[in-house]
Structures are given as C-alpha cells and as structure tokens.
Design a binder for this molecule. Structure first.
Ligand SMILES: N[C@@H](CCSC[C@H](N)C(=O)O)C(=O)O
Length: 922
C-alpha cells in the first residue's frame, strides 16, 4: 500500500500517449489530437468508469471503505479529483498535476519547498496576492525576496546566486501591466547559474492553451483555475503541474498534510469548464484584440501583447500561442478611470479574470490593493490603470458599452470632422468632472480672433546631460554639463474669465484652474521689475499656496503634477501684483500648458527645462520680458552686446537669437522655480536649459575656484541616451558616496582627484578650436570610459547601466552613466562616422532589452521662443512695423495652438513644434 502522504491520486503518471490514437497502419496514419480536442476529451485508461458514464461522476464522499484500496479519505485522494488531475497534466505537458483550493493555495504549497535563508527572485509587476504571500514569507519565514524587472533576463541573471537562490518566480505576461518575461531564457540561465534553484511560473493569464512553461524549462507551473481553466467564476481552484517526481512527491505531501486539495464537486465543475477552454479562449482573445485596438486608436496607453508596439512582443510570440484576453490601459487621471469603470454596464466591476463575462477593474484599488501604495508607486504601477478581462459576449456590444463609458466619463468626445463624427480622446479634465469642449471653448474664447496682445506664446528649453564629474561635483570637483536636444515646451494662451490654469499632459494629464481673485494674495510679496527674488524662497507664500490653492484630494495621487503647479503659482504670484493693487489691470488671466519630449525623472534635467518654460512664459505673459522681432534674414548683425532687434547673438546652432539680458532674467526666475522644485539646486541645470551649449561648474566651499563658466567653442557631439527606466534615489546615492568617503578617505579622495583631472582634460579638448574633430571625439571617448570606471568604484552604477555599457561596447562605443546613477540614464558617444545601420541595430538591441534609447546631440541651443504664434505668417514672430500690415490681414485665419499642443503624441511633438515656424533661440 502506498503511504498516505503519497496517495496514488496525486502521483499517478498519466499515459501520455493516450488519448491520441495509435497509427492504424503505415498507410493511414492518424495525427496527434490538437489542443481543443485534448481539452474536450476526458479519458483516463487507468480509471475506467464501471458504468461507462460519459461525464466523470462526482464522488461526493469523505471516506472510502476498506483497507489497502486506492482511496481512503478525500483529503488524501478522490477519484473525481484524480480524473481532473490526469486531464490537467495531459493538457499542461506535465507528468504530474495537483488541484487545490485556490491559486494562492497552489502558491502556498509551492513556497513550502522553501526554507529560512533561501532567496527568491520575483517580478516587480506581479499579482497583489503573490506579493502579499512573498512579503509574509519574508517577514515570518526568513526568506529573502528580490523583486526585479523580469522583462530583462540580464537583471534576473544578476540576482541568481548559486547556493542561495532557491526559487525564481515568474509571471508572463505580468499582472496587471502585461509585461513579458523570456521564460525560456530565464529558465536556462537559472539552470546554468544555480542548478538547484527551481523556476516557478504563474501561468494564470495564459492558461495551458496559450502557454505551457514546462515546455520552456520551468520546473513548476501553477494556475489560478478560478480563471480561464474553469471559465465561469463559479468555483475557486488552483492547479500545480510539474515533471519532476521528486518535486511532485514533496508537494503531494504538503497537500495531504495541510488538506487544501480541491473538493469533489469543485473538481467536477473544473473538469467540465476545462473542456471548453480552447473555444472560450479563442473567442475572448479575438475580442480582446478588438478592444485593445479601439483603445489604442483613441490615444490611450494600452498594455496588450497582441498590439504591434507591445514591448517584447516577439519574445511572447516565441513562447506563447496568443496574446490572451486580459489588457490594461491608463487614462492619465485616477478620477477619470474611476468614472469609466463606474459608467460601464456590460463590463462587470470585479476582480479576477478568465470568466465568460467581461470584467473591468482598477488593480490599485482591487486586485493589487494589498501592495503598499508607496511600493506600487516605486514599481511604476499607475493608480489610474484600468484592467479589462474580455469575455465571450458579442464584441460589438463590448466595444459599444466601453465607448459609452469613455464618453460618459469624459475620456473621449464625439467631434464632427470633415468626414463625419469621430470619437477623440479628451485631454482636459477638471477635478471630479470633465468640461465639455463647448464650455471650454467659451472659457478660452477659441472662436474669437486673437488680438495682438492675446496671441499665444510658445517656448521651449532643453534638458541636460552631465558629461563628466557627477557625484564628484558634490565634493568640489568640476562637473561639465551640456544641453541635449530633448526639450520641454510651454504654451500660454489668454483666458477671458479671470482665471489662471495649468495643464501638464505628460504628468498624468494634470489640469487645474484657479479664480485669480481667490488665490492667497495676502501671503504674496510682489517682486517688481528690475528687482531680484531674494536668495531664500518665501515660505509664507509656499505654505499659503500649498494649503489654500492646492488642496484638491486628486493632487495627492500626482505629486509631480502638484509640484509643477506649486512652482507655476509661486512664480505667477511673485511676478504679478495682487488684483486691485496696480493700475496695470491686475494679474493676467491665461492658461499655461507644458509638454515634455524628454523622459521625466531620468536625470536629464526635465525639471530645469520645465522651470525655464514656466519662467519665460510668465515673464512674457506679464510683459516683463519681450523678444525681438525676427529680423529679415539679410539684415547685418548688430554690434556685439547690443540689446537690439536683429542679430544680437547667434545661438549655439547658429540661429538668430534672444538677447543675453533677456536670457539672464529668465535664468534667475528659472532658478527660483528650481528651488521650489528641489530645495537647494546648484543652478547648473537651469543655466544649461536657458543658455544651452555646455558649461563647467565648481561648487563653492572647496579649494578650487567656484562658479559656472560656459565652455566656449563647444561643438555639438552626438550621444545615444539610454534610459534604464530603473527609478533611482539621488539623495541615497549621494549620501552613499559621502559615507564611503568617510570610511575610505584615501581611496575616495584619490578617485575625486582623478575625476577632476578628467574634467579638466575634457574641458581642454572640448574648447580647443585647433584639435581635429576625430581626435576630439576619440579623446572624449577615452575620458568617458575612465569616468565611468571611477563612478562604478564609488558604488553608483547599476546592473542595468552595466548592461547598457556592455551592449554598446560590443559595437565599439564608449558609455558612462550620467547623473546620479543607480538607474536613470547612460550616455554613449556616437562618433561622426558611426554607421546609421549599426546605430539602428544597437537601438533595437537596447529596446529589446527593455531600455529606452534616444539619439541626441548635446551642446545645442537654450531657451527658444516662437511667438506670437501666427500660422498665416508661417510663424514669423514679427511685431515690427514693416510686417504689421500683412499680419493684420492674414491674422483672420489664425487658430490657437492649444488643442494640437495638448493632443499631439509625445513622439511626434518635437517635429510638430519645430514645424510651427521660425524659432528664436538663446
Ligand atoms: N481581495 C482579493 C482580491 C483577489 S484578486 C484576484 C485575481 N488574482 C486578480 O488578479 O484579479 C485579495 O486580496 O486577494
């Protein structure tokens, strides 16, 4: 008799060649059954029914009579369950399968293979319940858990340690962001690095129909059978499958010991559900594709492996047979998402997925609510994410219901186009409700012909890269920074309702408006023209804005948008006299929109370029600065330093430019804005954003001469910027270097001296007009390699940065981290003669590995202004008398830019902005 722990019901090896019939004869060969046939055909030759029942009977009994038989007690084994387990093993390409009371019970059984001290590598986008169980094991079971980006096999590999890693737990696609992990590659890497470790895959999202991870090297696969396997949301169950007899034996022991095996009735239901798995899934998947395409065509960010642009789609297609029927998308606004979810009728608001009925949910509030909000934010799980689980209803009804919900929630609007009505994505929301385009048009007076002083101001400013000396700069070493041609853009337009408003499309579509009279003017001190802002920020004003103007609860979910609004209001209220206090007619009513073509928070100076846009826009709107009219191209340059219309300066790209005095004024206020955003900035970022080019900066308080000096003669260089997308903690990284310096002063001081030598040499190379270009590029390349090595020694690199470094090195290129390190971005120097083909190949490799890559040239122009905008004039910003007449007549057709500015997809933005006309630059 088998020991009770190893009941045969759990350990029977299915006859894998059945039910596929044997070939009848060499001439009349039968093909193996396809998956759908296997699903529908429940047959276990070892357990023939005594009456030949077509459906497996329910053995609704707790005990079995006699001794020495196959079954004694249903906790240990039950014939209905055995039939089910045999069937599931067959369709999962497994030797063994077990069914337990839920998906989480399955994971519980599997994690009981762990012991204290074991390390688990799991994903950073994963089901909330899985995260909860792993956290429990971490806190109570002595297990060490690493949550890493499993979309990058290299990152996973770096966490696998022989003798320590006991389990690698994967989801692909992940729940809820549908990210793809290369199960085959990771399984192979685990076997190579830590042969004793087991690879476990949660296959719930795919089901065995679409993906069978055991075929790709996984050791154990589990499914929440509550989902696709059962398909009807009328039972809870979990399935565990594996090929190893040893693992199976251990897990059978656990299941029998804890008593969480599936009940006979639920086993019956699950067996019944499984028969229709393929046919349900086919239908659900086809409809999911239609839903994903509709949402994407409306401009939402959609996560679905069936979409052409889904990251690592090719990996998914290699390991799976279809994209499945779960997708998720963001709206940019949590309240908006809540309204959409609430407005659907056919889509049921419910956790879970895999049901024949379509479901809609907000993971952060539902399936993933058990993950701490701070952890969710750190791992990039958007609060406004909506997850859709597509069912078998008629797809036309599903699309229609969803479209109605989007419309009702104000996420899309129905607009009349030349060729009929179209749904388009609405970009403007107010807290708690959406304003209709008609009302919005009234407020912004779009139909009215813009008068000269009401025309829009369109500005832009570059981000920056630190070329040399990051971290060391904190300890008095000179850093070199240069502008990049990824920019932030700002647009102001008059309002006619005594309100001021902001919209930050790329910061979660943050929109807010204020009645000017109701702003906390009593706390503001007007800084009159010609006077500088004091060194210290006005704490009273900051507090008054925070507590009286930025109180809406929705701000808490969007701290970046909130801080940008705080910065805008601080500048606005400092630069404008309070209403009624001035003969000028009080603070101007206008709308300010900002967009960013550079990644926010990746160390590329996005906040400084935003600060520059906000400062220049408010200074222009309040008429505290003005830009010279565009001179006729043939006019000769004026004398150097003359603040006069015409060619006072030539920008870094050789373009006609904004006077230095105007740029200086913008820079002062951009620095104030930077202080609001960062507390104690060095001023480097805003100086680069305003003046462009490159500069050398040495911090005061050390032995070297401090200050900021432009690097004259800097010639633009081409760099590849790679964003690891790994969030970093600059403060902690800077502090870490400080601690290292304290603990190992000799080593760190030596490194700092070497970095100073690198900065000095780079500065010499960059400014030397006689050095041939190839030598300049070669010299900079060498310094890049050296500087990076020192930064790594300081402990501020990151595996993702190192991965980028080795990928670029294989193309013969030099790379270093830029900024704080610990994630963020890397810069790779692209020599002038580097082939475009190879560059494309490299970018494709980087993207394939989960990075973002931007080709950028550094050292270009600073602040740019295109205004007042007048498309009828091809953007000529002329206010001079010679062109005034024609402007008046052609102005008739001027259309405000705002609508395109706020709707333009970010990847098309720069080209669109440049095409608006002739820009003036610093
Ligand atoms: N309250 C439950 C939520 C279950 S979510 C179920 C499913 N895996 C999904 O992703 O929707 C819990 O806290 O576990």
């Amino acid at each position: 008799m088998t020991a009770p722990d190893d009941k045969p019901g759990h350990l029977q090896k299915p006859s894998v060649d059945l039910p596929t019939p044997e070939p009848d004869s060499p001439r009349l060969q039968r093909k193996p059954y396809k998956f759908a046939t296997l699903c529908a055909t429940v047959e276990n030759p070892d357990m023939k029914d005594q009456y030949g029942s077509s459906s497996v009977p329910i053995y609704q009994t707790a005990t079995f009579k006699g001794m020495g038989g196959d079954f004694d007690y249903t906790r240990s084994g039950n014939p209905t369950r055995s039939h089910l387990e045999h069937h599931l093993a067959k369709i999962s390409s497994a030797e063994h399968a077990f069914v337990v009371s839920s998906g989480m019970a399955a994971l519980d059984v599997i994690t009981r293979l762990l012991k204290p001290g074991d390390e688990v590598v799991a994903g950073d986008d994963l089901y909330g319940g899985t995260n909860r169980l792993l956290t429990y094991l971490k806190e109570h079971g002595g297990v060490i858990v690493h949550h890493v980006d499993t979309t990058d096999p290299e990152i996973v590999k770096q966490h696998i340690k022989a003798g320590k890693t006991a389990m690698v737990l994967l989801e692909s696609p992940t729940n809820p962001l549908l990210k793809i992990a290369d199960l085959a590659k990771i399984s192979a890497d685990v076997k190579e690095r830590a042969p004793a470790a087991i690879v476990v895959v949660d296959n719930t999202m795919m089901s065995p129909y679409l993906q069978r991870p055991l075929e790709h090297g996984a050791d154990i696969v589990y499914d929440s059978a509550t989902k696709y396997l059962s398909g009807h949301h009328d039972l809870m169950a979990g399935v565990i499958s594996c090929n190893s007899d040893e693992l199976a034996k251990k897990m059978a022991h656990v299941i029998n010991s804890v008593g969480n095996a599936l009940s006979p009735f639920d086993s019956f239901l699950l067996l019944r559900g499984t028969k229709t798995l393929a046919v349900r899934m086919d239908r659900q998947q086809t409809s999911a594709m239609a839903v994903a395409e509709m949402l994407q065509s409306l401009g939402f960010t959609v996560h679905y492996p069936g979409l052409k642009n889904h990251p690592r789609r090719e990996v998914h297609e290699r390991i799976a047979n279809g994209p499945g029927a779960v997708l998720s998308f963001t709206t940019g606004d949590k309240a908006m998402s809540e309204r959409i979810v609430g407005a659907t009728r056919l889509w049921g608001i419910s956790v879970s997925f895999g049901c024949v009925n379509s479901l809609i949910s907000m993971p952060c509030a539902m399936s993933h609510a058990s993950i701490d909000p701070a952890v969710r934010a750190e791992r990039g799980l958007p609060e406004d994410l909506i997850r859709l689980c597509v069912g078998i209803e008629d797809p036309a009804d599903l699309l229609d219901d969803l479209r109605h919900a989007l419309l009702e929630a104000g996420a899309i609007t129905l607009e009349q186009g030349v060729d009929g009505h179209h749904y388009i994505r609405a970009s403007v929301q107010r807290e708690g409700r959406t304003i209709s385009r008609a009302v919005e048009k009234l407020a912004f007076n779009e139909q009215e012909r813009p008068k000269k002083d009401q025309l829009e101001w369109f500005v832009s400013a570059p981000g920056k890269v630190i070329l040399f000396g990051e971290h060391a700069v904190v300890h008095g070493v000179t850093a070199l920074a240069a502008s990049v041609d990824l920019r932030c853009y700002g647009l102001t337009g008059s309002r006619y309702d005594n309100k001021v408003s902001v919209n930050f499309v790329d910061l979660g579509n943050f929109y807010q408006e204020w009645d000017i009279a109701e702003l906390p003017w009593d706390a503001a001190s007007h800084i009159s023209p010609g006077t500088d802002h004091p060194d210290e920020l006005d704490a009273k004003l900051l507090d008054a804005i925070s507590t009286r103007a930025l109180t809406a609860s929705s701000f808490h979910d969007n701290p970046t948008g909130r801080n940008a609004a705080l910065t805008f209001l601080y500048l606005y209220m400092s630069l404008c006299a309070a209403p009624g206090s001035s003969s000028q007619g009080g603070p101007p009513a206008f709308h300010f929109s900002a967009r960013a073509s550079l990644p926010v928070g990746a160390g590329l100076g996005s906040s400084a370029s935003f600060s520059t846009c906000a400062a220049s826009s408010i200074l222009l709107a309040t008429k505290r600065i003005s830009v010279p009219p565009l001179p006729a191209p043939s006019r000769p340059p004026q004398a150097e330093g003359e603040d006069d219309p015409g060619h006072v300066h030539v920008s870094h790209a050789g373009r006609r430019a904004i006077p230095q005095s105007t740029a200086g004024e913008v820079n002062k206020w951009a620095f104030v804005a930077e202080k609001v955003l960062h507390g104690n900035p060095s001023g480097v970022d805003n100086s680069v954003a305003v003046f462009g080019g490159a500069l050398a900066y040495t911090r005061p308080g050390f032995t070297r001469k401090s200050g900021m000096e432009p690097i004259q003669g800097f010639k633009s260089l081409r760099f590849l910027l790679s964003n690891t997308k790994v969030p970093r903690n600059t403060k902690a990284l800077v502090a870490g270097v400080g601690v290292k310096k304290q603990n190992e002063p000799e080593l760190v001081n030596g490194i700092l001296d070497s970095i100073q030598a690198i900065s000095d040499e780079a500065r010499r190379i960059l400014a030397d007009p006689e050095l041939p270009r190839e030598q300049q590029v070669e010299g900079i390349g060498k310094l890049i390699v050296e500087n990076h090595a020192f930064l790594r020694e300081l402990g501020v690199s990151h595996p993702a940065l190192e991965a980028i470094k080795s990928m670029t090195a294989s193309f013969g290129l030099q790379t270093k981290l830029t900024g704080a390190g610990g994630g963020g971005c890397a810069v790779t120097l692209i020599p002038d003669n580097f082939s475009e083909e190879k560059l494309k190949e490299l970018i494709a490799d980087l993207v394939k590995n989960g990075f973002e890559a931007y080709v950028t040239s550094v050292g270009g122009s600073g602040l740019g202004v295109l205004s007042p905008y007048d498309p009828a004039h091809h953007g000529l910003a002329s206010t001079s008398s010679e062109t005034e007449g024609s402007e008046e007549s052609e102005d008739e057709h001027a259309e405000p830019l705002r609508s395109s500015f706020e709707r333009m997809p970010v990847d098309e933005f720069t080209r669109w902005a440049e095409g608006r006309g002739r820009w003036l630059f610093v």
